[in-house]
Design a protein around this ligand. Sequence first.
Ligand SMILES: *Cc1c(COP(=O)(O)O)cnc(C)c1O
Length: 495
Amino acid sequence: MHYISTRDASLRYTAAEAIVQGLSREGGLFLPERIPQLSMDELRALAGMTYEQRAVRVMKPYLDGFTEEELAGFAARAYAVPGKFDHPGVAPLYEYHKKTHFLELWHGPTCAFKDMALQMLPYLLTASLKKTGEEKTACILVATSGDTGKAALEGFRDVERTKILVFYPNGGVSEIQQLQMVTQAGGNVGVCAVEGNFDDAQTGVKAIFSDEALREELAARGYLLSSANSINWGRVLPQIVYYVSAYVDLVKAGRLQLGDPLNVCVPTGNFGNILAGYYAKRMGVPIDKLICASNANNVLTDFLRTGVYDRNRPFHTTISPSMDILISSNLERLLYLLCGSDREVAGYMESLRETGRYQVPEAMLAAIQETFRCGCCDDGRTMNTIGKFYEAGNYLMDTHTAVAATVLMDYRAASGDDTPAVVVSTASPFKFCSSVLTALGEEEQDAGAAIIGQLARRTAVPAPAPLAGLQGREIRFRDVCRKEAMSARVKELLP
Ligand SMILES: *Cc1c(COP(=O)(O)O)cnc(C)c1O
C-alpha cells in the first residue's frame, strides 16, 4: 500500500518514505491510499490479545515493507518493557459509570497520551531510515504546546542516528511541563523556548521544513530534517490502536456486545488524536459519534457547526494549554478523506494561509456532521467539572480531560443520545497540578515541583513516578529565542 499527499495525490510514497519525510515537499500531509478493514471476527480475536499484540495487528496492514516480527519487536520495546507504563493494560479504561468510561492514555513515561505514539515512532523512524537507504542522521524538529515536546525527547533520547530539537512557547506551557523539558537527559537533545504562542512555534517549524536552501545546507552536513509532530503519519498510526483496543476491552468487560455503537469524546487541539479515532471507525470499529471537545479556542467547534474555518480570532491562553491552537493541522487529512481531491484541499490550505479562513461546501459539511459532533467550554466550567467528578465520583482528572467530560455532558443533555461513551483522558492530573488544586479549592499552593506532593496529599492519589522524581533535577536548557531565529538555532545544534 502506498501513501499519497493531501495536496498532490499523484506522488506515491512507501510507508517508510512517508515516515522519514514527515511532511510532503509541497506542504501536504501523507496518508494511506486505502483504509485497511477489520472484520468483526478480527475484532473478536483482538479482544484476547495484549496491547502490544493489538498494536501489531492494527498497524501491520498500513506498513508494507515491515515484517510482523519486526513490528512485534517494536511493540514489545515501546509498550511492554517492565516499568515503562505503570499499568499492565497500557491504555486502560476506568469505569466511572456503566455507560461512561475514561480511556486513560497517560500511564507512560511522560504522563501524557503523546507517549502512546512517541514510544513507537523512534522504532518506526529508525527502521524507515534503513529501509529507504538513507544514511544521514535524522534531526527531529518539534513544535510543542507542552506534552509532545517531552514525550518526543523521551522517545528519541539517545536513539542512534537521531538528534532532536524542541521549541515550546515561552510562558505557554505549565510549570511542570517546562520542568520536564528543561531537565531532559540525553546527548542528542536540545530544548528552546520561543517568544510567541504555539502557532508561532508550529509555523516556524513548518517554515524550516519548506526552506530548500536550509535543507541543502543541512544535507551537506549529513543531516535530514524530520518531524515528530502529529503531521507525521508515524504519529497518527500508533494512536489508532488504542481506539480499537478500548472498543474490544468494553466488549471483553461485557459493557458492549460486539457491533454495538460507542461514542467517543476527544479533547482536541491539532486534531491528531480524534483523526486516529476516525480512522478506527473507518477500519470497521463500531464507533458512532466522534465528539470534538475544545476549550475557549473554539475554532473547530465553529467549523464543525458551520463549515467555515476561521482563525482570525483572539488567541486564548487557557488552563488546557495543549489545546490552545488555532490551526489544527490534521484537519487537512479529514478534508482529503471526505472530498478525495488534492486540488480542493490545496485550495483550502492556500486560502487558510492567505486569508486565515476557508469554507467547505454544504455536501462536505453534511458528510462531516454524519460522524462529528462538537462542543467547547471555558476555564470556569472546566474547573467545575474537575471538582464535581472528584467530589461526587472520587475521580481525579486533568484539565484537558475535563474539557472533554464537560462537552460530553453537554452533548448528552442537548441530544438525548445516551449511547455508551468513552472520554479520552489525555494527561495525568499531576501534569497540571496548579489548575487542578485550584479546582479543588486549594488557593495556597507550593512552588515548583513541590506542588506535585501537595496534590498527592490533598487527594490521596499517588503521583506518577516520573513526575514525583522531578524535584531537584538539574536544569539543562535555558534558551529563549525569537521566532525569526528558530532556523539559526537548528543550524547551531547541527554543526
Ligand atoms: C496534545 C494534547 C491534546 C490535543 O491532542 P491533538 O492530537 O493535538 O488534538 C489534548 N490533551 C493533551 C493533554 C495533549 O497533550
